[in-house]
Design a protein. Structure first.
Length: 386
């Protein structure tokens, strides 16, 4: 499909149907935003291949992603949603991620589409184009088959997963988790003010220097987006950290920093010095202070038992453990329970608390004990004194 009329027809069919499956093939090596090279849409099993590099406009497809009247079925769509957000300002609504919801019905929450199709539908697409150059034309017949297969069975896959979720009583939980990752009308594009958190080697900076880094990283993020370049191509992380450490006030001082002597345009130098200056009036960024030793030892002692309990409860419920908590999240939760402050911790609210959070709290507070059994559930939680 290469015409605006054809793309609009597909979008109209999706709206009439109330749902569609979407996937994209993109190139993301030399740009800030993923470059959309090919888009696939399936409506009631009918697959349409759309080629933006051959002139097909994607505005109507971006509109579908943001249309609350259309359920959008995708698999691991983070990069696709980012691309639509950066290129078209799209904020997704009614998104359904088959990769995430699979983790609520006894399947892994990180499976490739090929593996998930095989596990859930016993379908085995013949995929050999994972590393294709999707910018190159003409596309081969095998590339076209591969692209079509990425949406061909998504509707059937969602129906199968949806049925399993309902039978397991997990539909509400699964949809809540997808909404947490892709909130309706949420902005999928990075927040420049948070970019400093991803800068490598920032840990050696002081609170005042971190405030400088925040301003520098925000400028770099905005500039990378404006130029459509990877952020590291604007200024590399080690150079950004060193600028934050030194805090240069003049162009000569900036030029003496390794990595800043070349490649920066006059407007870059001016912007960097302005960012350093602006940070002088900003509050220092103070990272979380270490917990007192006694509290940390108690939380650490609980973490091992908590990890075992979490794994067993997830196995019993047929939910992928990675959906419930990472190891770091579990450790932070143990600390929060010891400190008596559960605000903002996912394990302390909603379905996670119902699944295992309450038991973890009781475990840390010494109100229950764990006992091994020789049959499911293999770990029994018993109130002390019973």
């Amino acid at each position: 499909m290469t015409t605006a009329e054809g793309v609009e027809d597909v979008a109209r069919a999706a709206r009439d149907n109330g749902r569609c499956a979407i996937d994209t093939e993109f190139f993301w090596e030399r740009t800030y935003a993923p470059q959309l090279c090919f888009v696939q849409v399936a409506v009631q099993g009918e697959v349409t291949l759309i080629d933006p590099l051959a002139g097909a406009p994607l505005d109507a497809i971006a509109g579908l992603v943001a249309d609350p009247s259309v359920e959008i079925l995708m698999h691991a769509p983070a990069a696709d949603i980012l691309a639509f957000g950066l290129h078209y300002g799209t904020r997704p609504t009614r998104l359904r991620d088959t990769q995430v919801v699979a983790g609520f019905v006894g399947l892994t929450a990180s499976a490739s589409l090929e593996r998930l199709l095989n596990d859930a539908l016993k379908v085995s697409p013949d995929h050999h184009e994972s590393f294709s150059d999707w910018k190159r034309r003409p596309l081969s017949p095998s590339q076209l088959v591969y692209a079509g297969d990425d949406v061909r069975w998504l509707e059937a896959l969602w129906d199968e997963l949806h049925g399993r979720l309902e039978r397991a009583g997990r539909l509400e939980w699964a949809l809540a988790e997808v909404a947490r990752r892709y909130p309706d009308e949420g902005d999928p594009t990075p927040d420049p003010r948070e970019a400093w958190r991803k800068v490598q080697r920032r840990g050696r900076l002081s609170p005042r220097q971190l405030a400088v880094l925040r301003e520098l990283a925000a400028w770099r993020e905005q500039e990378a987006r404006r130029r459509d370049l990877p952020s590291s191509w604007v200024v590399k992380d080690p150079t950004l950290v060193e600028i934050a450490r030194v805090g240069p006030a003049t162009g000569d001082a900036l030029a003496r920093i390794r990595g800043a002597a070349s490649g920066l345009k006059p407007r870059d130098v001016e912007a960097i010095l302005a960012a350093v200056s602006a940070a002088k009036d900003a509050d220092p960024i103070r990272l979380e202070s270490p917990n007192p030793p006694a509290i940390q030892r108690r939380a650490d002692a609980a973490a091992g038992l908590a990890g075992t309990l979490l794994k067993v409860r997830c196995t019993d419920a047929g939910i992928a453990p990675e959906l419930v908590a990472t190891r770091n999240e579990l450790e932070r939760f143990m600390e929060a329970v010891v400190l008596g402050d559960l605000d903002g911790h996912p394990l302390g609210a909603d379905w996670r608390r119902a699944l295992v959070g309450d038991e973890l709290i009781a475990l840390v507070e010494g109100r229950v004990s764990l006992a091994l059994r020789d049959r499911p559930p293999y770990i029994a939680v018993q109130a002390l004194g019973d």
